[in-house]
Design a protein around this ligand. Structure first.
Ligand SMILES: [Zn+2]
Ligand SMILES: [Zn+2]
Length: 343
């Protein structure tokens, strides 16, 4: 099959012919229709804590249809079923697996890390980690289920209440899905802080009630003032969706007494904070990553029922041959949001 392969740090992905996937008896094979490019894929091609192995096929936001069902697959899967899947194949026997929290399984394969991912014609999925798509849900929309699930997971962890005032720092794909779900769950103010103008516009389309442009010279105090000007008070919950050093400390300084901070952005560098300010305000800092099976299922259902709309986030669709170029272009800030590869 054809696939886009990560060769080494500093090299663009290479479109090559590679061996077709060889599924285990409990697995399914998906013919990939779409696979989104994620910030995690970009991280995997840089030197850092999550650098992928050489010759790995990246991509974990895939949708498509089943072309092969393993003999021991759980569930009643059939060839031709339209599916999306969590990008893990877990053990299926441990307590987290039983609860649908496959990310916590210590005996799992992860697409694009230690298993081949979806920038390819075919990818294997776990029969427990796969979700059937309703007939009228477009595959293109379903390709956004993974980033939507990251967003809903963070918002559920934050326990955003009807009437909450929320600040979302960063309007990348995850910041946008966080904003969407905060609005969905009834937050009164969903204020997105974003430097780039095009992303700020997108935030308004995705559910932000207001957008503020941080004045980098004025720090936490300046941003808090901007927030209060549009929201009428301090943020009950702050989602940090960028992952850059310094932002966690800024959140600690901005939060009110007993405020909540949810770091969702991926920061792989040391990041100094001054705990004292968190202590005197009794802040809650709760990290959020990935999703559960229920998060995925909820996203599929809400998309299928047209109760959320993610169309504005899809800014580009490219072919497999165009993927390496599109992938490199995402390294520098641009007007793009979610770029999908169409197989
Ligand atoms: Zn992703
Ligand atoms: Zn397990």
């Amino acid at each position: 099959m054809k696939a886009a392969v990560f060769k080494e740090v500093g090299e663009p992905l290479a479109v090559e012919n590679v061996a077709d996937p060889r599924p285990e008896a409990s697995e399914l094979v998906m013919k990939v229709s779409f696979c989104g490019i994620c910030g995690t894929d970009l991280h995997a091609t840089r030197e850092g804590l999550t650098t992928a192995c050489c010759d790995q096929i990246l991509g974990h936001e895939y949708v498509g249809e089943i072309v092969e069902v393993g003999k021991e697959a759980s569930g009643s899967w059939e060839v031709g079923d339209r599916i999306c899947a969590m990008p893990f194949i877990a053990c299926g026997h441990c307590l987290p697996c039983a609860a649908g929290r496959f990310f916590e399984c210590t005996d799992k394969k992860v697409s694009g890390v230690d298993d081949a991912g979806g920038f390819a014609e075919f990818v294997t999925t776990g029969s427990r980690e796969t979700i059937l798509l309703p007939d009228d849900l477009a595959l293109e929309s379903a390709a956004l289920v993974e980033p939507l699930a990251v967003g809903i997971h963070a918002v559920r962890i934050a326990d955003v209440k009807a009437g909450s005032r929320v600040l979302v720092i960063g309007a990348g794909p995850i910041g946008l899905t966080v904003a969407l779900w905060c609005r969905f769950f009834g937050a009164r103010e969903v204020v997105v802080s974003e430097v780039a103008t095009t992303r700020a516009e997108l935030a308004k389309q995705m559910g932000a009630t207001a957008v503020i442009h941080p004045d980098l010279g004025k720090g936490a105090e300046g941003l808090l003032q901007q927030f209060a000007d549009v929201a009428g008070g301090p943020p009950d919950v702050i989602f940090e969706c960028v992952g850059a050093p310094g932002l966690l400390q800024q959140c600690i300084e901005m939060a009110p007494h007993r405020g909540k901070i949810i770091p969702v952005g991926v920061c792989e560098q040391p990041d100094a904070i001054l705990p004292f300010f968190g202590l005197v305000k009794e802040l809650q800092i709760q990290f959020a990553i990935a999703y559960t099976r229920d998060d995925f299922e909820t996203c599929v259902a809400m998309l299928a029922e047209r109760r959320i709309d993610i169309a504005p986030m899809i800014t580009d669709i490219v072919s497999l041959d165009e993927l390496p170029h599109a992938f490199e272009a995402l390294r520098t800030p641009s007007t793009q949001c979610k770029v999908l590869m169409r197989m």
